[in-house]
Design a protein around this ligand. Structure first.
Ligand SMILES: [Zn+2]
Length: 97
């Protein structure tokens, strides 16, 4: 694969790679039914609403929630997204040192 080909393919590569890494899931504990389910890190963000697959309750994810399980899920998802971005940059431009 020549350099020119790589240049053209780069946006697609980034999209695929982001999708692959973002496929990591974080555990979320529903505050209503206490059941744990898994959601893609890409979806677990501050202010996002999700339906619990067990009891169908609409959950709103807030960074400043009183629920330590939701706070932990948001923090973990953020770390996964950050790690994903670093991995992509490293793949494209080599190790950052
Ligand atoms: Zn539930």
């Amino acid at each position: 694969m020549g350099l020119r080909h790589f240049q053209v393919a780069k946006p697609l590569f980034i999209a695929l790679e982001t999708d692959r890494i973002m496929d990591h899931k974080v555990k979320i504990r529903c505050p209503a039914c206490k059941q744990v389910f898994r959601e893609r890190a890409n979806k677990v963000r501050d202010g996002v609403q999700l339906n619990c697959p067990n009891c169908c309750k609409l959950l709103t994810l807030h960074r400043d929630t009183d629920d330590p399980y939701l706070r932990r899920a948001l923090k973990l998802a953020k770390e996964i997204r950050k790690a994903a971005q670093e991995q992509i940059v490293e793949k494209l431009y080599g190790p950052i040192r």
